[in-house]
Ligand binder design. Structure first.
Ligand code: ATP
Length: 550
């Protein structure tokens, strides 16, 4: 099938912000596409060529892509940069430049979806000697056969920003619609496999029956179940009837997969961090029997046995070199709290049973622990408060309040699991722009324009400028990141791709017509850069509205 057909679909998708229209457009196309191409189309519609949890990366910066465009069209890099500044993104710039040159430079040999998909994948797998120039050669091969609109989307997929307003929810709905499948069945198949390409293929070939047979597989990470904020300890427990309360450790959440002899550790964004923490692999292998399993826990960094700042653990898991040194300098501890698979899926078991399984199979050690917990009902409600006080006194964030009778549902944030923290709730937002400071701070971007996701149209909506809470070191780091992701710069203002996630505290949510969210924040303060979170994890306008009403 011609790549141009997919590109036409992308163009129609960009032309509407309506979710239902987008779903219809995609569903009609999914029906048309053959078996082999369908998973490719699904991934590319999400701007990907590997499942989101894959370790593969294209590894080409924007500068190199701009150079490739310049080479193919026969203009200078400065021309491409000018156009990028004018258009606001590389893809649109490429399309514009192709238009200018089209009649003189190219004759297009039709690209197929399969060819583009496989070549984009090849970019990621090239490694070793002269890998950058070999990667560029593939980009050049693609771009020199592309039309302007094709080039727009090829470059956008390489820089991982498709900009067609399609997320996983729309793809799921489109699969359901195209192949006449109950939405809940598609959702569950997606939750369990985390591979929408596979879900689409099975939906097409085997319908609901096939989808119902899909299950968890050790080695393929699933989206973690997330927590809602509890408005109080006692009332939350009373509402549940009974609860398992656990210490909320302040580290990073890990999902551990063992399949055969292979053990992999993923973050909540499903990044594989196994190589950075080899000592943990050994400790975990010692702690579990030699069976396949998927377990979850919180990994924290410690010094003299006490938890230390969250940033240390981020530095550790991102480390690519001198890992031995890091193992010595920043010791890690793991607090296990759930088991999703042991010999077979345990996901559907109620939490109290999963906890029993975990307790029965894990041999704890100085490094591998079970999360500290208390079983609470109306007769011992005070013990929950005691656990909270103890947790805080020991330097933890608060407690989790979990419904013991509920199964594990990947990817949802619901009432089955609540969190109660000592500090007021913060918001996770994405930076989309900023302003350079003045005087001593003229070289730093001092003020950051942040945005939330609007679930209704899947668009980012501006929320506030944040300028406090940043020490010089963080300012320098953020300024570097802003330059890396820069799209346009005008005077002291800069616009960036939505890549940097900040956690911000504030004194109050207020209504505000000035910002697209319709609300803004009083006295916003940056708490930290959330490198463990991605664009999909940021807070939503809908949640903000609920918080405002609350
Ligand atoms: P926060 O921003 O509060 O850290 P989050 O957005 O990362 O939270 P939430 O779902 O809001 O994620 O809070 C649950 C998180 O708390 C889990 O993802 C996990 O990382 C962490 N956590 C710490 N201890 C536990 C525990 N005992 N059980 C479950 N989660 C725990």
């Amino acid at each position: 099938m011609k790549y141009q057909e997919l590109v036409d679909v992308f163009e129609s998708l960009s032309a509407t912000t309506k979710r239902l229209e987008k779903t219809d457009i995609l569903a009609a196309f999914f029906e048309k596409v053959d078996d082999e191409t369908l998973p490719q189309v699904v991934l590319m519609s999400l701007g990907l060529v590997f499942p989101s949890w894959s370790e593969e990366e294209q590894g080409l910066g924007e500068k190199l892509i701009m150079k490739a465009i310049a080479d193919v069209i026969g203009v200078s890099i400065a021309d491409v940069e000018d156009q990028v500044r004018e258009q606001g993104d590389i893809g649109a710039a490429a399309e514009k430049l192709y238009l200018k040159k089209a009649q003189t430079t190219f004759f297009s040999q039709a690209l197929t979806i399969d060819f583009v998909f496989k070549h984009l994948r090849k970019i990621a797998t090239v490694s070793g000697n002269r890998s950058t120039s070999r990667k560029i050669a593939i980009v050049l091969e693609l771009l020199s056969s592309a039309s302007g609109t094709e080039a727009k989307y090829i470059t956008r997929i390489i820089i991982e920003e498709l900009r067609i307003g399609v997320g996983e929810g729309i793809i799921r709905d489109a699969i359901s619609k195209a192949f006449n499948i109950e939405k809940s069945v598609t959702e569950r198949a997606h939750m369990l496999t985390n591979d929408l390409g596979l879900v689409a293929k099975v939906a097409k070939d085997q319908g609901e029956v096939g989808l119902k047979e899909l299950s968890l597989t050790p080695g393929k990470p699933v989206k973690p179940m997330l927590a809602q904020l509890a408005d109080g300890i006692k009332n939350s427990i009373c509402e549940m009837g009974s609860a398992i309360c656990e210490v909320k450790y302040d580290g990073i959440r890990v999902q551990i997969h063992k399949k055969g002899n292979e053990l992999n550790i993923f973050t909540r964004r499903l990044e594989n961090i196994t190589k950075a923490i080899p000592e943990m692999v050994d400790y975990i292998k010692e702690a579990f029997p030699n069976e396949d399993f998927i377990a979850e826990g919180e990994m924290i960094a410690t010094k003299d046995g006490k938890p230390i700042s969250f940033q240390y653990i981020l530095q550790r898991v991102r480390r690519k070199y001198n890992i031995d040194q890091a193992v010595k300098n920043t010791p890690l501890n793991l607090y296990l709290f759930d088991i999703l698979y042991f010999k077979e899926t345990t996901l559907d078991e109620p939490l109290y049973k999963r906890r029993e399984i975990l307790e029965n199979i894990v041999t704890t050690s100085g490094k591998i622990h079970l999360s500290e917990m208390a079983k609470i009902d109306e007769n011992n409600l005070d013990d929950a408060q005691k656990l909270f006080n103890k947790a805080i006194a020991e330097g933890n964030e608060g407690i989790m309040i979990k419904n013991p009778n509920e199964p594990y549902i990947p990817g949802i944030r619901g009432k089955k699991m609540l969190k109660f923290k000592a500090e007021p709730e913060t918001l996770d937002v994405v930076v989309i722009g900023g302003t350079y400071g003045v005087g001593k701070r003229a070289h730093f971007i001092g003020s950051y324009l942040v945005a939330l996701n609007d679930e209704e149209d899947n668009e980012l909506k501006t929320l506030a400028y944040v300028a406090t809470g940043l020490d010089d070191e963080t300012l320098a780091k953020l300024t570097d990141l802003m330059n890396k992701y820069k799209v346009v710069e005008k005077g002291t203002k800069i616009e960036v791709e939505p890549r940097i996630i900040l956690e911000i505290a504030y004194s109050e949510i207020v209504k505000s017509p000035e910002y697209q969210a319709g609300y803004s924040l009083r006295f916003p303060v940056v708490k930290r850069i959330r490198e463990d979170k991605g664009l999909h994890d940021i807070d939503t306008v809908q949640r903000l509205k609920t918080m405002f009403k609350g």
